[in-house]
Design a protein around this ligand. Sequence first.
Ligand code: KMH
Ligand code: ZN
Length: 312
Amino acid sequence: MKKTYGKVAISCAITGAIHTPTMSDALPYKPEDIIRQAIEAAEAGAAVLHLHARNPKDGSVSLDPQHFMGFVPSIRSSTDAVLNISTGGSLLTSIEDRIRPSEMISPEMSSLNMGSMNFSFHGLASRYETFKFDWEKAYIENSDAYIFRNTFRDIAQVEKSLGQAHNVKFEHECYDVGHLYNLKFCMDTGLFKAPVFIQFIFGILGGIGADLDNLLFMKRTADRLFGNNYQWSVMAAGSAQMPFATQAVMMGGNVRVGLEDSLFIERGKLATSNAEQVFKVRRLIEELGYEVATPEDVREMLALKGSDKLAI
Ligand code: KMH
Ligand code: ZN
């Protein structure tokens, strides 16, 4: 497995499915805003763009492939970044619906969530007195009843529909230590081949907390389970985003930022764009003596199929 020593890949998750328009004017949900912010993030140094769709009318979470088609072709033709299409975009719909946008696009990468869990952000509701759109309050409040379903059968379905059928490489999203063991089981039974790309996720309510000990624990566990057969990146929610990114760089890992994961650029100050977060993490990476990986570096690191293999 090839490694790009000294280079750090920045993924940027542009809009996601947690935050809502009331929380930040910068959160993009119209296609033109998703396109602009994604291109700016790539220009700022993001090698990978992790993409979800929203309904352009009201910013609600969407899995409609046509909503993806509103921005993916433009981003693709304007950047060389690796496009990573989410398969986790809704806590409410079936795995088949979650896979459909990636089946249509046949991207180089897709997310793959490695276990079922509580996934809640209901605590955010009380921070806002009024909401821009009717759907937002109930959506946030009802997350205390969500189960984010990612059974072994679901995981196998994603692999069959995207891995086997489209040669899509996965961002294995691991929100807790058990998810690493789920991935190990899947590898031992032949579902995924090395090198796998693991996104260690911290600070989602329902997953492992954003404590530094937990990063060390997840990394040590992954080393034990996967040896040299994996590449890794760190994503921490909210105010832990930049501290955890810095720590990941110092430990030799890659990083994920973006408004999907945190709306802030520093404590108490909203980010004005995804690119602002990418610029900040890039500064940190370079100050620490590392180099930012290009999309080509990532293609080599993860043995991706290439941007000419997309279906759109
Ligand atoms: N919003 C992140 C915590 C996915 O898109 O598959 C998880 C995520 C899920 O990115
Ligand atoms: Zn996502």
